[in-house]
Design a protein around this ligand. Structure first.
Ligand SMILES: [Zn+2]
Length: 239
């Protein structure tokens, strides 16, 4: 009988020790994670992805953004919204911004004033349908704009400071190295959520930029934080 009591007591001790080790391990993990995640005073960076969504690629990028709790801006084509509403809703739920990249990827400089406005308005109507609001920023396809575009697109026109040329499939580690070395305070990085290689490169690019202390913002946040004086953005009314 006494033997049984001793055995039970020993078992209880072992269970307690196991629980203690388990709880200790969890608290150590919790203590390390937040410190590595965000640098509140770090240089600002805006990652931007154009021409999507392409659900397989875009979803992979959103998974990486979610894992590291950072945001980006997606310049979506109005013609690609129908049937992919869930992807846009997830972008917003993760704190990402959805910008207007026209309806049909038109070169706006080749269009009349009315056609130009239609490209923007048709896309905003799709955003209204899905998200309940229009986009606050526009990226003209190819970065092309002229006086007619300026007059008929009364939004900040967002260009870029770093062109990754990732619309053609690229070696993932080359792309990673290029983005990480080119990133500076206030950079607007142009990428496309179209190629698998871009999505795969995000697995490395995001943690490397976080390790360098960058603070990820949407384009509208970048405009607000810099009082509209950020590189690569033409504000309405600017010369
Ligand atoms: Zn484009």
């Amino acid at each position: 009988m006494q033997k049984n009591v001793k055995a039970a007591a020993m078992m209880l001790c072992l269970v307690c020790l196991f629980l203690f080790l388990l709880s200790n391990r969890d608290s150590r993990q919790e203590a390390v994670l937040p410190a590595a995640a965000v640098n509140e005073n770090g240089p600002l960076i805006a990652l931007t992805f154009d021409d999507g969504p392409y659900p397989n690629v875009t979803t992979h990028i959103l998974d990486v953004l979610e894992e590291h709790d950072v945001c980006a801006t997606f310049f979506v084509l109005g013609s690609r919204v129908a049937g992919r509403e869930d992807v846009l809703l997830r972008m917003e739920s993760l704190g990402c911004e959805i910008g207007n990249h026209t309806y049909s990827h038109a070169d706006l400089t080749q269009l009349s004033a009315a056609q130009c406005a239609e490209e923007i308005n048709k896309t905003n109507a799709e955003f209204e349908r899905v998200l309940g609001h229009a986009a606050a920023v526009v990226r003209p396809p190819y970065g092309f704009y002229n006086a007619t575009v300026r007059q008929n697109v009364p939004y900040p026109l967002v260009l870029w400071t770093v062109d990754t040329n990732d619309w053609k499939p690229r070696n993932t580690s080359e792309l990673t190295e290029y983005v990480v070395q080119a990133a500076q305070e206030g950079s607007v990085i142009l990428m496309h959520d179209q190629q698998d290689s871009t999505a795969e490169a995000m697995d490395a690019i995001i943690p490397e930029l976080i390790a360098k202390g960058f603070r990820f913002v949407t384009v509208s946040e970048l405009i607000a934080e810099t009082g509209g004086a950020c590189m690569a953005v033409k504000m309405p009314g600017d010369g």
